[in-house]
Design a protein around this ligand. Structure first.
Ligand code: ZN
Length: 161
């Protein structure tokens, strides 16, 4: 009898733990894009288009982030070139401190950025954005702080149509 009791107890705990884990793990489908800080999109594009053979299909300014963005496709993933539009831009500060180069990694979230943010918060990850906001290409986005993500500024993205 005692054995059955412990079996049921452990089984219940096991299911409880598994279902909790399933709830708090993010559902990432692929790398949506890599954000790369450049001083000038105009000066950077010849390398991406003429040497790497990629094609820029969209250039867009995101006013509230003080950046001009250029997008190039690499299979399902994109390269997002980021050029500061003013010296106060976080991209301008990034280039000043670290030089041009990889700025962030953006993951496509299958079940919504809001859910992913809850999962991150539950795991004790520091959030830059407490709620999803609008990014380039009509995506809903949110950033996780690099101090909590092993030095990689991490963006979570969701397509909203
Ligand atoms: Zn991005």
């Amino acid at each position: 009898m005692e054995e059955i009791f412990f079996f049921v107890l452990f089984y219940t705990l096991y299911i409880g733990i598994i279902s909790t884990l399933i709830k708090i793990i993010m559902k990432i489908s692929h790398i949506e894009h890599l954000g790369i800080a450049v001083k000038s999109i105009e000066e950077a594009l010849p390398y991406y288009e003429n040497v790497l053979g990629l094609k820029c299909y969209n250039i867009e300014t995101v006013e509230d982030q003080k950046v001009k963005t250029a997008f190039l496709k690499v299979g399902e993933t994109k390269i997002e070139l980021l050029e500061p539009t003013c010296p106060e831009s976080t991209i301008a500060k990034f280039i000043e401190n670290k030089g041009a180069g990889v700025h962030h990694v953006a993951f496509a979230i299958e079940d919504g950025v809001a859910n992913a943010l809850s999962a991150a918060e539950a795991a004790g990850i520091r959030l830059i954005d407490k709620a999803p906001r609008k990014g380039a290409e009509g995506l809903h986005i949110a950033f996780l702080h690099p101090k909590s993500t092993l030095g990689v500024l991490t963006e979570l993205c969701e397509k909203k149509d």
